[in-house]
Write a new protein. Structure first.
Length: 121
């Protein structure tokens, strides 16, 4: 969200898209965030499906690396089953993006190194 002044930011809540957030963890592999649709009065909105998102962290030499992925599930049980595959896919996608960025950086570095420098200019 970018704006030049506070007046340009719309802070209006969309009361037709409210969710209650729950966090479930096994204290080992990660956590599952469940966004349960609710009505403006706080009761459950059974007309909409909950949204599940998996979270975990991996240790790297540079520190913790967060991973997050949507879980295609309608229930917590389905989300738990979906979690390992979704995290593996998120890790593969992250590694692919990192390799692509690394290749781009190396190409840019080679381009900078290959320029001919003329003395006296």
């Amino acid at each position: 969200m970018t704006a030049n002044s506070p007046e340009q930011i719309d802070f209006t809540f969309n009361n037709q898209n409210l969710c209650r957030e729950e966090s479930i963890t096994d204290l080992k592999a990660g956590s599952i965030r469940c966004l349960r649709p609710i009505k403006p009065n706080g009761t459950n909105d059974e007309s909409r499906q909950p949204i599940f998102v998996g979270h975990t962290q991996l240790q790297s030499p540079q520190g913790l690396v967060p991973l997050q992925a949507p879980l295609r599930a309608a229930t917590l049980g389905e989300a738990i089953e979906e979690f390992p595959g979704a995290m593996k896919k998120a890790l593969k996608d992250m590694l692919k993006r990192a390799k692509k960025m690394q290749a781009q950086q190396q190409a840019a570095k080679k381009e900078d190194e290959s320029r001919i420098i003329m003395p006296g200019r």
